[in-house]
Ligand binder design. Structure first.
Ligand code: HXC
Length: 517
């Protein structure tokens, strides 16, 4: 066929029509809001020239409320596959210029198709979400379409990485599908997630609120813990997506990609020997510790502003992906509360399902006491962390930097929860509780009947500290594998992970466990 062939000309015209989505005017409106179009987003996300579109000629089948005559090629979503750093990913990008990117029966068909292809080929699926949720004109067909997507989100969870990038107002199902995926990335001031928008809320409850305050990036990053990463603009969000996918294997039977390290695996950082203050009541920054231990420049903190008393992060050590879990002693002394439990448990499971070894740093006085926490279900939430660490079969290395008291010792990847290697720094304090609390409970009568109660109390506290507030009692009993100088931490962890690379561990056969939720 020649370029003048009418069939070629017709194809080119159809393609141009598909490219325009909801039309030039709506594209201009999208741009005026500071947003890219769905196709422009895919250009930024994928390696140049690698995108291949699927099903661009699909149109909706609705005939209610006057939409039968208004059809747009592609029906509000662009689907296909491409590459990120040379690795194949399947993608779908909702096109807000067509019925506000809303989900129709046929749009659901297109999304499910790329999800199925991603699963069949064992590669990640990335959704660029910009949608008003279920398309009103299609009624139950659009609701059923969402159910099809949710079911796949759930069934493919832990098999292929699923990433949702929120790039506009995401209402109803457009928020629920991402909530079932592994990572949600939002754009500040441009993306919102809510089940019912401000207008519905005002009508039902009388509450007046704008979209940003209801479901903006800050709300889901700081308050609800629904989002995992946030960017200042779309370009940054898409660049972040490219970066983060590089830490994950393409599926659950592969290992994460190895990136030859530029940072010496044997590097020792003498500053680490000075990080933990001599006074155990003084805080220090665990962020500082992990930055010094992992491959330089490789740390991506996940949920950095939610439950800041805990840290969850992806990083590389010796070029291999690791998941870092720890407390931040400079925030609420690193106690474990409800939100920190949820954050850590979910991250441990994310790493475990994608063969990402876990490195846990411990400095916590324990679970947060209080009526609010008890009545809020800290037992149920804390149990998630126990469950997640216990069932995780990936290599697990733990470093106790300072306090590992009571529940915090046990929960944070302790030896008999199945951790492979446990190191302690000389500053580690491994005990049922701190010295003051223990002495108050054990020696109340002895102190009150002493000639000098203050001196007696101090003597007992000092005695307790000598016995328990150090790593040697635990090391003698075989509860830590070695006591190391802080500066040795990086080479020790890298060597441990190297020795655990071929770890084989399996759980008893079962349909699935019943994690406390
Ligand atoms: C059909 C819709 C639509 C919808 C928006 N549009 N939402 N069409 N069904 N749900 C259309 C508009 O008619 C408009 O068409 C275009 O999309 C852009 O919408 P605007 O309102 O002009 O844009 P904007 O001001 O930016 O507001 C976007 C919005 C708002 C915040 C998304 O439209 C909105 O609140 N929509 C309703 C959201 C919602 O409640 N969805 C149902 C969720 S329930 P034109 O032709 O003018 O371009 C759900 C059930 C799932 O999803 C089940 C979960 C468990």
């Amino acid at each position: 066929m020649t370029p003048e062939d009418p069939r070629i000309i017709a194809l080119r015209q159809y393609r141009e029509q598909a490219r325009l989505g909801g039309g030039a005017e709506r594209i201009a409106t999208q741009h005026a809001k500071g947003k890219l179009t769905a196709r422009e987003r895919l250009d930024v996300l994928l390696d140049p020239g690698t995108f291949n579109e699927l099903e661009p000629f699909i149109t909706h089948t609705g005939d209610e409320m006057g939409i039968a005559s208004e059809k747009f090629l592609g029906d509000g979503v662009i689907t296909g596959y491409g590459q990120i750093d040379g690795r194949t990913v399947y993608v779908y990008a909702q096109d807000f210029t067509v019925y506000g990117g809303t989900l129709s029966e046929m749009q659901s068909h297109k999304i499910c198709r790329v999800m199925d292809l991603a699963l069949r080929n064992g590669v990640p699926i990335i959704g660029l979400i910009d949608s008003g949720g279920a398309r009103i004109q299609e009624g139950v067909k659009s609701l059923g379409g969402y159910a099809e997507i949710f079911r796949r989100n759930a069934l493919y969870s832990g098999v292929i990485p699923q990433i949702s990038v929120m790039l506009g107002p995401c209402a109803g199902g457009a928020a629920y599908s991402p909530a079932l995926t592994d990572l949600i990335i939002m754009v500040r001031k441009h993306s919102f997630m809510f089940l019912t928008g401000p207008e519905v809320i005002k009508a039902v409850t009388g509450e007046v609120i704008d979209s940003e305050s209801l479901g903006g990036a800050d709300v889901h990053m700081d308050l609800t813990g629904t989002a995992h990463l946030a960017a200042e603009d779309e370009q940054e969000a898409l660049a972040l997506t490219r970066r983060v996918i590089g830490y994950f294997p393409s599926n659950n039977v592969e290992n994460p990609p190895f990136q030859p390290p530029v940072d010496d695996p044997l590097r020792m950082d003498l500053e680490l020997n000075h990080i933990v203050p001599l006074d155990a009541s003084q805080p220090y920054s665990m962020h500082d510790v992990i930055e010094r231990v992992v491959d330089q420049g490789s740390l991506i903190e996940i949920q950095p502003t939610f439950a800041r008393n805990a840290i969850t992060a992806l990083a590389r050590m010796g070029g291999h992906t690791v998941g870092i879990v720890c407390q931040e002693p400079s925030v609420m002394a690193g106690v474990i509360d409800i939100d920190a439990s949820d954050k850590m448990a979910r991250f441990v499971r994310l790493c475990d399902c994608f063969n990402i070894p876990l490195v846990t740093f411990v400095d916590s006085p324990g679970f947060l006491p209080g009526v609010g926490q008890e009545h809020g279900g800290i037992i149920r939430h804390g149990a998630k962390v126990l469950y997640a660490y216990s069932e995780a079969t990936v290599p697990k290395v733990t470093v106790i930097t300072r306090k590992a008291y009571g529940g915090a010792y046990v929960v944070m990847s302790s030896k008999y929860l199945g951790t492979d290697v446990t190191y302690a720094w000389p500053s580690a304090e491994i005990a049922v509780m701190g010295a003051e609390g223990a002495v108050n409970i054990l020696f109340k009568k002895q102190i009150s009947s002493a000639d000098d109660p203050v001196a007696e109390r101090q003597r007992l506290v000092d005695d307790y500290r000598q016995r328990f507030n150090n790593p040697y009692f635990a090391a003698r009993a075989g509860y830590v594998d070695d006591i190391i100088e802080p500066c040795e931490t990086r080479p020790k962890i890298i060597a441990s992970l190297g020795a655990l690379r071929d770890k084989f561990s399996s759980a008893p056969p079962r349909k699935h466990g019943n994690i406390p939720m």
